[in-house]
Design a binder for this molecule. Sequence first.
Ligand code: LCV
Length: 259
Amino acid sequence: MTLVTTEVRGDVGIATLNNPERRNVLSQPMVQAIVAALHDFARQRLRVVVLRAAAGSKVWSAGHDVHELPEQGRDPLGWDDPLRHLIREIEICPAPVIAMVEGSVWGGACETVMACDLVVAAPTVTFALTPARLGVPYNISGMLTLLNGSNMRIAKEMAFTAKPIGAERAERLGIVNHVVPADTLEAFCLAMAGDIAANAPLSVAVMKEQLRILAGAHPMTPQGFERVAGLRRLVYDSADYREGIRAFKEKREPVFRGE
Ligand code: LCV
């Protein structure tokens, strides 16, 4: 089965997540398919990318594939983790990536949407950041994506509560550029893509790269890095981390004990 279908319309590449049975989880094969589409669009020198799920999707993406999370003793979000690879590929893609969102967005898929350059959502869309619900120690570049895609107060609310926020509120907060009725969502995104594609692509690409570099320009001392690595290891070595993953797999509520 093709996990991602692609289409080219003029200077715009459209990549559609196509694994509804597993709610478009960002498994390694799914991430490889998305990245392959981004690379193919770049080879064709397309000027804008639209990343979407199928029309009418109830779930845009259920996030990281929990079955791929290590159960013990290994960083679940290390540099080579598929989700980390996807985020970096979206960020370095020379063409702006528009996240066209229908359905609910979960966990790492929230970060994926926030890593996109522009976000256009249908009114019923929700965003839920779930590490705390799974006992997962999110990683620091992921936290930076969240912070850059929202603001400190909202990043904390989403990360600490793990509760969904709706599209209208997300638009008020600047997480979403536009909320558009589902039946005009595709036309709106393609019109915006057309506006961008009509401009000088080299100018657009260099401004995207400048903003990526500026957004990531945060000093961190070697001690600071090692402190974070140590703290995160305590989490992914914890019983709570194991409990979060097992509860998901056993389809039950987790019971966290803080150890
Ligand atoms: C594997 C899945 C998943 C899934 N993985 O359909 O951000 S972090 O740190 O938390 C990061 C680690 C992360 O992104 O973790 C994943 C966060 N995602 C979630 O918490 C969402 C988990 N999924 C759900 O709550 C439900 O699946 C939603 C509400 C998305 C859809 O519910 P619905 O009733 O429509 P099912 O739950 O029946 O799911 C359909 C199939 O997809 C699997 C799920 O296990 C089921 O497969 P089985 O029938 O074989 O059990 N699935 C869904 N999400 N993240 N597998």
